[in-house]
Design a protein around this ligand. Sequence first.
Ligand code: ADP
Length: 492
Amino acid sequence: MSILETKEISKQYPGTLALNQVSVSFESGKINALVGKNGSGKSTLVNIFSGAVKQTSGQFFLDGKELSFSSPEDAQNHGVATVYQELSLIPGLTVAENIFIGRLPVKGFSIDWKKTYKMAQDLLDELGIDISPKEVISNLTAWQCQMVEIAKAMSHNPKILQLDEPTSSLAQNEVESLFKIIRNLKKKNVIIIYITHKLQELSQIADNVTVLRDGKLIGVREIAGLPHQELINMMFGNVEIKSRPADLKYSDEVILDVRHISDGRKVKDASFQLHKGEVLGIAGMLGSGRTELLSCIFGAQQAISGEISFQGKKIEKPTPTKMNNLGMAMTQEDRKRIGLNLNGTIGQNLCYASLNRLGNSFIVDRAKEKQFINRQINDLAIKVSSTDYQVSSLSGGNQQKVVVGNWLNIEPQVILFDEPSRGIDVNAKQQIFKIVWDQAARGVSSVIVSTELEELIEVCHRIVIMRGGKTYETVLPEEITIEKLYSMCMGE
Ligand code: ADP
């Protein structure tokens, strides 16, 4: 038996303690599930084991020997294999080539294909995976690719195998086939860490579960006999929910009417109505198509069917420019990549969306620009000593305010928020929500997508449930519990 142990591991990011003195152990011969709501620190722990992130303090040991990795390659060479949600296979190559890429056996000056296919076949047989090593990846389904990923990871003879949400894009019958393979791995002397947000999977696949919350270890439990409610309580704790102001009412007027939107991929059939001054939440798990739905509405990606009406007018082929001109804003989840120009100043970042209101491509009205910048700095209480500093010098919370301020400068009627509180601290979250409520009081409507369900209960007037690309019932926060909302998003 092998054992992986951590001793008081902490990881401090600027403004966030992602892991807080976590001491936990994982044994081989078992499937050790790792769960926790979004932001609880699961990925950070996995990334420390996989050499992608270095802990701030604390240690971890494999069979009593301390491990320390300089890079993911270093971790891999020391027996840590990680299968991430995003698959890493090369579509044009065969299964065998993908498994042994970079290590293909050679004979003389050329690749020994016979040996390659034999090695791959032996490995696949041993793992019980019924896929030909000569098959080209692009001919395989998502579930088969996931199996090849596992085979590839196992080909390194790892001592630790981390599986990060391996079933997130699979259908139910495919999940069962994958589980068979994973259960098979228990016979090997490998420590398996299985991250999931699908709690109903735990009884099918895991032997025990480790729960993290806000970077802390809450506990480890055997799955057998563990009441669902206990697990939910461990994950969510006694959530104190601060509600939106009671006097914040929305009108009957429908400002955005979204009907039967499909993008042919993640979004299958999504509909909702947003009223003037309303804060509407869209609740769903990762991969439920929420982000893609917002992108279709804003025109950042094209819907293939469905209808969108904004301010009573049907919108043909929305594009971000068109929607911006009509008074719609969208803040994206990955603000560092899309929402902000990190090389730009705070002032510049506050004016990107409103450039066409500040003049033309030759002349910018500097006085007006200054006014636009100052308005947001004051209204949103963005703490800066100079707006000429680079936006990257700000904390996560203040950066998010800049993203929002940039859009408020277009004086939008509707703001689409994709995971607005991702990566910011509790205090900053409250400030962002206050901005949303202040805007709502002025008649500006918001749609908020968030995986943090208690956040939606706290902030929104109504919550639409989205699952597998489709919208289902709409619920009222005052009539629902976090546990019930969670179950509805999971389709339990
Ligand atoms: P989980 O995997 O459970 O969703 P994470 O480990 O991704 O949680 O995140 C834990 C906390 O650390 C979150 O508050 C997250 O915003 C923060 N965090 C994660 N990665 C970074 C990073 N690179 N920089 C700053 N904060 C981060």
